[in-house]
Design a protein around this ligand. Structure first.
Ligand code: SF4
Length: 222
């Protein structure tokens, strides 16, 4: 049975206030992966799987100094690339993906990162999350909402979704949020997750969203 319209309106108002609260608190939140181009952001995002952004930021300056283009990364001997990215973890898989991705960039896109979602997700090692990061951050194109571990956790605590699957969470968030908020919302929630709404013991007493949050699934807080 569809929810009563008054309840829909109240929920929409709550979502609007959550968006405004995050904007007020984390107005200038940006992608934490350092990059100077869409290509650098693409590679950094692939490296960030199962790794902290800080660690990736330690590795990428040296990596891009030695291999500044897709063509350079496409032809580097694999063991050399593995060594260069070893500290980011899962380095054998990441090296294979990066090299195959760069080969495809060279062969199909003139060495440039394509601007569209379909072309991006066809690149080896690039899923919807990585594609949304690159399109939203490097090109300013809102094609979806980046759903990482912070966005997953906080969206569920806030009652914006009940899903656990990233694709379904993204669908819920895209329904609730206006498209112009998709990119910034993810950046701000990721900052909120690092600073306040941590996985263990979220700091609800200091949270800008405290009055709007049902704290679903939160058992321990400080
Ligand atoms: S009130 Fe607590 S659970 Fe809700 S968003 Fe804030 S820190 Fe997270």
């Amino acid at each position: 049975m569809p929810a009563p319209r008054g309840r829909d309106r109240a929920e929409q108002r709550r979502v609007t206030e959550i968006v405004a609260g995050l904007r007020q608190r984390y107005g200038h939140a940006e992608c934490a992966l350092r990059h100077d181009s869409p290509f650098q952001l693409l590679i950094a995002t692939i490296l960030s799987a199962q790794c902290t952004d800080e660690r990736v930021n330690q590795v990428t300056p040296g990596l891009f100094a030695r291999y500044p283009t897709a063509a350079a990364l496409a032809r580097v001997p694999l063991p050399e690339l593995e060594k260069a990215i070893q500290s980011t973890g899962f380095f054998r898989n990441k090296a294979r993906h990066i090299q195959a991705c760069c080969q495809q960039l060279v062969e199909c896109h003139g060495g440039e990162v394509p601007h569209d979602l379909d072309a991006l997700v066809r690149l080896p090692g690039v899923g919807r999350k990585t594609a949304n990061v690159v399109l939203g951050t490097a090109f300013g194109l809102a094609t979806g909402v980046v759903v990482d571990t912070h966005v997953t956790r906080i969206s569920r605590r806030l009652g914006l979704t009940r899903q656990t699957n990233a694709v379904r969470i993204e669908q819920d968030l895209m329904r609730l949020l206006p498209p112009e908020e998709w990119v910034a919302f993810s950046h701000r929630v990721i900052h909120h997750g690092r600073q306040v709404c941590r996985a263990r013991k979220p700091q609800c007493a200091e949270c800008v969203l405290a009055d709007l949050c049902p704290r679903i699934g939160v058992t321990e807080r400080s």
